[in-house]
Design a protein around this ligand. Sequence first.
Ligand code: ZN
Length: 489
Amino acid sequence: MLSIYNTLTRTKQPFKPLHEGRVGMYVCGPTVYGDGHLGHARPAITFDILYRYLTHLGYKVRYVRNITDVGHLEHDADEGEDKIAKKARLEQLEPMEVVQHYLIRYHKAMDALGVLPPSIEPHASGHIIEQIEYIKKILDSGYAYVSEGSVYFDVPKFNRDHRYGKLSGRNIDELYSTTRTLDGQSEKRNPADFALWKKASPEHIMHWPSPWSEGFPGWHLECSTMGEKYLGETFDIHGGGMDLMFPHHECEIAQSVAHNGHETVRYWMHNNMITINGKKMGKSLGNFITLDEFFNGTHPLLTQAYSPMTIRFFILQAHYRGTVDFSNEALQAAETALKRMTEGYRRLQELTPSETSTISVEGLRERCYEAMDDDLNTPVLIGVLFDALRLVNQVKDGKATATQEQIDYLKDLFQTFLIDILGIRTEMGGGEGTGDAMKPFEGAVDLLLDVRAQAKSAKDWATSDLIRDRLAALGFTVKDTRDGAEWSI
Ligand code: ZN
């Protein structure tokens, strides 16, 4: 049975969905003001694994991942201006043109990383009416107040009746003293109060009419509103990066309790952060690397390009609650490990069965499920797959034998856990459009190797070497084995 670590209770809990056979899951999506970077890749991949695994277990999953596109102040922003608006002003674009441009690029990068699209991808800008209605109800409940055209959530009042800070474990007195003085703070009764609606300043180009002012919704509000709209007043899983736990998710809890009188989310899940060479990633630190820069190796910190699958595999080699440190050395090690894995997967397809067997595949499948059931322990799962791979290589190298039944078992194991659940695309069979489309190409390479084998047996070394060298120049590795030659790219 699947157990997941619930950030709210700080324990691993058996996962029982609210409705039998169905799971509602919400993950905070990207703010589309720039190119996708590693910070986008980790939550997307983490919750893609959860989505894939729940689906594999037979649940009908409704996966909602929002698009933050109304333009908000980012709490860790390098510059303080609303980024979509600023970019639009500088480039004389319609704000939605900026959103569309980056959204297309984000989707492309996610697709390259093997991240499945969610069931619903709602835009904050498309749910202004719902957000206004949501604010009205919080005002009615008495946990918000209007101040100079803006609406603020009354944190001290909420904290007297409920507890603010339960998710992040923060103490409210601490919050009063550590909240930075930001623009517009004088409108607030308390520095810890947060905006539900902000009156737009004249230079703010994204704004909508509301009962309080021409303005825009606070950032935390879109997730409470759209989560409830698509998944209901109570739903199973809410995920996101650990950096969103406070204030974003804490504010979401406060909003939904003020709105509904009870909490909305049953399991909170947070993936840990990534670092680059041991340092936090940030534009001001010069180590902000976009996904495209990883894929084509153009950032000065990178010694080579890394394929999207290498990035995915590298992220999955760590448990999602652990940190991941990106460095060229670590990525190269992941690249080598992934190559061994996909190469083994290819060799598995070529195994010849024997009447008798000298290997045991017993318990491999159970160990895979055990790893995934233990809070999505992908590094342990990858370890089990490497154990299985050792058997494949022993049989392929003629050091052991396997029956047809065992070969089928192994094929099914890799198809389920490597391809379907870990979402690794291999050169053959994995992902869409690679299998059949590659067949003529693979046949042509095999033909060349057959010609080379004939040349070798005729002691025509010049032809044999020519084929090997030209293939090597094109990036093929040719390995001579007992039953002929094998190639890989
Ligand atoms: Zn969110």
